[in-house]
Design a protein around this ligand. Structure first.
Ligand SMILES: [Mg+2]
Length: 201
């Protein structure tokens, strides 16, 4: 009898606010450093300067400081992300594609290895807010790897990957409620439980 190995489905997954509760931890950091009383539900835009009432440059600086904080290192995973990646291990190959800069790869990988060890192929850093030369967009990374499904919470990135993948899943958050993608292959998912259902079919 002929036997063959079924090729795993290539799925790309964003890191912040899809695997790590980034904005939840960032609020704790921001409250302690800047005297605010923010929680995740107060963040209504992907661009944090709108919530913080500061310049883009200042927001990028605060996020850069956050990467080196205890709040970053003690951030929790997004609900059910670990279990779902575990349960799909046999059929799905996960690649993490993040807009973080490579300069924070150490703390990113340390955090990942605490919760998602052995559950992903590699991490690609695209450095969206840091304008490093020669780096690819998330869409270009998807094309290179042959990603079929991509999961992201950022309106900008979901539209960027939509033209390169079969299905782009916008992870529902308070800061992407206004986004109605013009790409027909973008759909909104509420949770990792819903992602599990989509990827199993
Ligand atoms: Mg994100």
């Amino acid at each position: 009898m002929e036997s063959y190995l079924m090729k795993k489905l290539d799925v790309g997954v964003d890191f912040d606010d899809v695997l790590m509760d980034f904005n939840g931890a960032l609020c704790l950091f921001h409250n302690s450093r800047y005297g605010t009383t923010l929680s995740r539900s107060d963040i209504k835009s992907y661009f944090l300067e709108k919530t913080w009432g500061c310049s883009r440059e200042e927001a990028v600086k605060r996020v850069s400081d956050f990467y080196w904080s205890v709040e970053h290192d003690t951030a929790l995973p997004v609900t059910r992300a670990v279990e779902v990646l575990q349960s799909l291990q046999e059929s799905v190959s996960f690649t993490i594609v993040t807009s973080r800069p490579e300069s924070v790869s150490t703390q990113t990988l340390n955090w990942l290895n605490k919760y998602f060890s052995g559950l992903f192929e590699e991490v690609r850093f695209t450095s969206h807010f840091f304008h490093e030369e020669g780096l690819m967009t998330k869409g270009e990374v998807c094309r290179e790897i042959g990603i079929k499904f991509f999961i992201d919470d950022a309106p900008f990135h979901i539209d960027d990957v939509a033209s390169e993948v079969e299905t782009a899943l916008l992870f529902d958050t308070p800061w992407n409620q206004e986004h109605n993608s013009t790409f027909p292959n973008v759909s909104r998912v509420q949770s990792w439980s819903e992602i599990l259902t989509v990827l199993k079919n």
